[in-house]
Design a protein around this ligand. Sequence first.
Ligand code: SF4
Length: 232
Amino acid sequence: MNDNKRRQIFERLRAANPSPTTELSYSTPFELLVAVILSAQATDKGVNKATARLFPAANTPEAILALGEEGLKAQVRTIGLFNSKARNIIKACQILVDQHGGEVPRERKALESLPGVGRKTANVVLNTAFGEPTMAVDTHIFRVGNRTRIAQGKTPLAVEQKLLRHTPKEFLKDAHHWLILLGRYVCTARKPKCPDCPIADLCEYHDKTPATAITAAAAPAAQDTGHAESIS
Ligand code: SF4
């Protein structure tokens, strides 16, 4: 795909949604960090439900440490893998208190040294909490990047690096949100909704879904929330 096409794609995605953001609920960098750790292999909706209970009770590292591991587990037990996620969050809170004055660090290395925080989570926090132009490549972006040929690559890191290289500067900060939302709701894993896609004429996928297939599948597709996997 050439850079002119990429620019047109991002111009269209921006026109449709000028200020995209995560669908996770948060009001501080720390809340976002916790929400993203909880969202691995879980839906944003499920995470938001749990954090709506947790954050009013504890939304700082100190408060979560005071809650303790068992107290935290009780608040997030509706989320998949809650045992290990709660363990990681408690350990991360201790590091934040001991080494970062209770604040979420703005550096990748420091973020990635926190338990439960990998490159993708660090990218989400750096981008969404701190406005850094990072690309958090999740399953949706990986699929959309490869299908459309905006950024092809065999690994999430390869797709991330291509996106960083080829996305025009003015779109860098918001690009990953636009691509995640496109992948979550339009360019879905099963039967992408190509006839409804705002970038269909620019996308270079060779196996686009024909309009007739969408009409035939309309009823079941309407029941698909598109929340198969979170941003993290
Ligand atoms: S045209 Fe189809 S394959 Fe291409 S981005 Fe849109 S939904 Fe995905």
